[in-house]
Design a protein around this ligand. Structure first.
Ligand SMILES: Cc1cc2nc3c(=O)[nH]c(=O)nc-3n(C[C@H](O)[C@H](O)[C@H](O)COP(=O)(O)OP(=O)(O)OC[C@H]3O[C@@H](n4cnc5c(N)ncnc54)[C@H](O)[C@@H]3O)c2cc1C
Length: 467
């Protein structure tokens, strides 16, 4: 059944800018449209906006922010763009890449100064692939705080957020111009709302098993750790309207989800000098490559699990994350006084654990690179007490999506924009290329916040310019 209607039935009302989805992308789009003097209405299928944004760590990479300057960190949009492109092996669209890397610093400063979201930089460890410390988070380092603060800012700005409003179809003219949308209510009723421009901010297809099996078959049976309401509506509608889809196999995985607790364990435990071993006690890859590709690396091990091994100093850094504190409270983090006790608790022969940890200590002392390609120089030795968490791999979100330009306009296969359709966040193609390894930490919220802001402003400009 087509989900693009072409009828000319009346609309109950018409809004200038309609936004589907109330995560970071949708709320930033709404704030930007409102600031441009145009009313935007957010339609969100949940009663209260949460999305994958609420499940995330809420960390947004940005270069040249006031928060970085306050922390004495020198950075530039150009080096940020180089880092993203290096991780994506050159596959990120240059126009979108320039837009998001140049727009990220101003977007963080905008949210801080104009909307009171007090971001600080994670200054005590480096995320893989970032040449500067540029991950910005709110106090709790949680996405729940981020989405709550964005919602509060939107409400303070007088923006209508319509909850329990599941957009089930779009209404469009033959030339691809979106005329409105159909909203299903929990009581089974439907409303038809007209719009002058539409922003798709309803993320990707991570919650849609069929689409995951089609585009990311290696993770078709993996745990999906994102928001279940993200069913791929943006790509399904866009495709029917003639939009091009890009890098549909691109995604963010994660290889450090506490098992069976299902709680994210920050990659800080690895980057600060910890390691992963499989159920046989052996290391199996270069953990410093990135947490996204870690999903497949861990799922490929016996039983699809691994152990994150680290120490009390590193736990002190990880504890700034609400997720890590939850993992500790849930009993997912073991603490032991010696290597032998560690071996007993995680059921691995003592000599194997000793050999693994002693070889890491030796690599650190020699400031050497191991056979997997991990450079251990500059990392302090692990010291007792040791900590361990049993982890597995998961799909966090999809990075493929609608082709967009630097103004967040959705593009047709021939490169021409659709008349009044915009996309941001997980609805649009990201800057990570076609695989998990192309994902640089923070690429998800980067395009949600920055492209969301741009989509809202450009949608407002479009409707203001029209007679
Ligand atoms: C555990 C976890 C940790 C993460 N940590 C980070 C991090 O620290 N930094 C980072 O950059 N990225 C992180 N990510 C990725 C990040 O969460 C996403 O990239 C980002 O939240 C996408 O924002 P969004 O606004 O596009 O989507 P969402 O926040 O998912 O919002 C989309 C909204 O659209 C709604 N919706 C969907 N379909 C419809 C419909 N038909 N009608 C109405 N509403 C609809 C959904 O209910 C949802 O609320 C993480 C992801 C996970 C799962």
């Amino acid at each position: 059944m087509s989900r693009i209607l072409t009828d000319d039935l009346p609309f109950a009302l018409t809004v200038p800018v309609a936004i589907v989805g109330g995560g970071a992308a949708g709320l930033c789009a709404a704030l930007a449209a409102k600031e441009a003097g145009v009313d935007a209405v957010v339609f969100e299928r949940d009663a209260l906006p949460q999305g994958s944004t609420a499940l995330s760590a809420g960390l947004i990479p940005a270069a040249g922010t006031a928060a970085q300057r306050a922390a004495g960190i020198a950075d530039s949009a150009a080096s940020f763009a180089r880092d993203i492109q290096a991780k994506a092996h050159g596959a990120a669209d240059p126009e979108v890449l320039a837009t998001v890397t140049q727009g990220a610093g101003p977007a963080i400063d905008w949210l801080t100064e104009r909307h009171g979201l007090a971001f600080t930089v994670i200054a005590d460890f480096s995320y893989p692939g970032h040449s500067a410390r540029r991950m910005h988070g709110l106090a709790s380092r949680s996405g729940a705080e981020l989405v709550d603060r964005l919602r509060a800012a939107a409400e303070a700005a007088g923006i209508d957020i319509v909850g329990a409003a599941h957009v089930t179809a779009l209404v469009a003219a033959p030339d691809g111009r979106v005329r409105g949308l159909v909203v299903a209510r929990p009581d089974g009723s439907e409303e038809r709302i007209g719009c002058d421009a539409l922003v798709l901010a309803c993320n990707g297809y991570g919650g849609n098993k069929t689409l995951v099996a089609e585009h990311i078959p290696a993770l078709k049976d993996a745990l999906y750790f994102g928001h279940p309401g993200n069913q791929g509506d943006a790509v399904i509608w866009g495709q029917e309207l003639g939009a091009a889809l890009r890098h549909m196999s691109g995604h963010q995985g994660h290889g450090s989800v506490a098992h069976p607790h299902g709680i994210l364990v920050s990659w800080a435990v690895i980057m600060e000098g910890g390691c992963q071993v499989n159920a046989l006690g052996e290391r199996f890859w270069n953990e410093a490559s990135g947490y996204s590709e870690a999903a497949l690396a861990v799922l490929g091990q016996p039983g699809g699990i691994a152990w994150d091994l680290f120490d009390a100093r590193i736990a002190g850094i990880a504890r700034q994350f609400e997720d890590f504190r939850r993992a500790e409270a849930a009993g997912a983090v073991l603490q032991v006084e010696s290597m032998d006790e560690l071996a007993t608790r995680i059921s691995i022969p003592r000599q194997v654990i000793r050999a693994t940890l002693e070889s890491i200590a030796d690599l650190k002392r020699r400031r050497a690179t191991d056979g997997f390609g991990r450079d251990w120089s500059g990392l302090p030795d692990l010291a007792p007490p040791y900590l361990a968490v049993k982890v597995t791999g998961a799909l966090f979100h999809t990075q493929g999506g609608l082709a967009v330009d630097g103004a967040a306009r959705v593009l047709r296969s021939d490169g021409r924009p659709l008349p009044n359709l915009f996309a941001a966040g997980g609805a649009a193609v990201g800057v990570s290329g076609p695989d998990a390894a192309g994902y640089l930490s923070g690429n998800g919220l980067l395009t949600a916040v920055v492209l969301g802001r741009i989509a809202g402003a450009d949608a407002a400009r479009l409707v203001s310019a029209e007679p």
